[in-house]
Design a protein around this ligand. Sequence first.
Ligand code: FES
Ligand code: MG
Length: 570
Amino acid sequence: MTEKKRRSQNWYGKLDKDGFIHRSWMKNQGFPDHAFDGRPIIGICNTWSELTPCNSGLRVLAEAVKRGVWEAGGFPVEFPVMSLGETQMKPTAMLFRNLLAMDVEESIRAYGIDGVVLLGGCDKTTPGQLMGAASVDLPTIVVSSGPMLNGKWQGRDIGSGTDVWRFSEDVRAGDMTLSDFMAAESGMSRSAGVCMTMGTASTMASLVEAMGMCLPTNAALPAVDARRTALAHLTGKRIVEMVDEDLTMSKVVTKANFENAILANAAVGGSTNAVVHLLAMAGRMEIDLSLEDFEIGGEIPLLVNCMPSGKYLMEDFCYAGGMPVVLKELGAHIRPANTVLGKDISAFSEGAECFNRDVIYAYDTPLKPAAGLRVLRGNLAPDGAIIKPSAASDHLLAHEGVAHVFETIEDMKATIDDPDLPVDANTMLVLKGAGPKGYPGMPEVGNMPIPGKLVKEGVRDMVRISDGRMSGTAFGTVVLHVSPESTAGGNLALVQTGDRIRLDAKAGALELLVDDAILAERRAARVEPAPHYTRGYAKLYIDHVLQAHQGADLDFLVGRDTRLVTRESH
Ligand code: FES
Ligand code: MG
């Protein structure tokens, strides 16, 4: 034990009434005296929930973490926090990411723990936990759920999300029967774990590894692989050492770790959602990160051949060598940066070997050149918007066309299959009201379906523009996160059907080709939309949420407060 008094001793090391209360009630669970002798107390922050099926394996992993903590001389205590089931929550799990972050932050701060292991996986659970932990800044390490086994159906591999989008368009086009569609359901999700495409969950796990916030190989090991359970055990051992080394989150993560995450996101063909999550995490850590910083990923090639940018799935990525190989291929592009090992990130790729070059490509002979996310600007998105070229159609990345506007999601759903909808393959579909304040919660509806009459003609991609997000598993030429959002009065609110819009992804341009004078007239005539919620958490969220280019955190949650709470409850 180090000289410094442990944080937990402010709870369990007191020989007075307060110490009695803290220890005595914990002893009702059968913990012996020596659990309170000053050893590191490790909080295991668990987002297990039956309503978050992606995290259903976390109970097993929590037990493995505990074995590692005891082995290293620590005392593990598991606690639940709000869990966000991406596929189950309405209107969108993103509405609650900041609420989870508040739960995590206040749980860590209020309890007598010295270090924390974050158990998460499903899309919003990883960033929500990291945001909350960052605002307290104890030694912190991540164990991810890990991906589901590859989906299987009719003798072939199918991918979470990505094939749902595909199948659903095929049904609408009449190319797939409804009974086949229903049959694919059970084969798609056939083990514990997160989406096994490079969706947001596996993207965030990959970026956490690139940031050095977990043990190497954490990102890709399948949820049910025994090696993940062993990794959880080793993580339990490591967090005890981290407490002894006083290796807090801010001593591990600096701007360089975020830059490495951005580079890795390009190489893995990662989710657009990583942008809002990284921005929000950086805000908590008081690290100056902005949309411009994402441009360093623009020239990085696509190396990982996983859906939605490629064809394989996370199991294949794991067996090909996983993130250590990606970090090795990125080589000198990766910035020197600390990790939870207390060593430079280069330690994560030491001895890495690629076992399948069709799954992980070499940097010099990539799957696609210059594949990172592009930041777009122009009068349609003065504060920025993004597009993911690796998942888009090359011929649409520079495109000028006529807008067809949906004023709301309900408008879009009611009219998209109208045989008289005045659209063709060159039309640019525009959706308003899908931003942070608008939906509320910035849902994943930016990849609007292709209008029914065009899908039947074989059209499978069109330019789509919105202030919403899209699933990390989705694909298409989709402009997202337009900022400021329409509900907050961004120029997106002023677009009308028939306007011309110019997109040039390579040049980073998104222009509404309408005179300023006309836009000013439209702005003067604009009626402020009524908020969807007038009480409760959703109201707090609408009143305080920041725009997408700022990470969509709540304004009063940015930054951190690392003070020890000294006042007692009795
Ligand atoms: Fe949970 Fe995809 S829905 S990871
Ligand atoms: Mg998703």
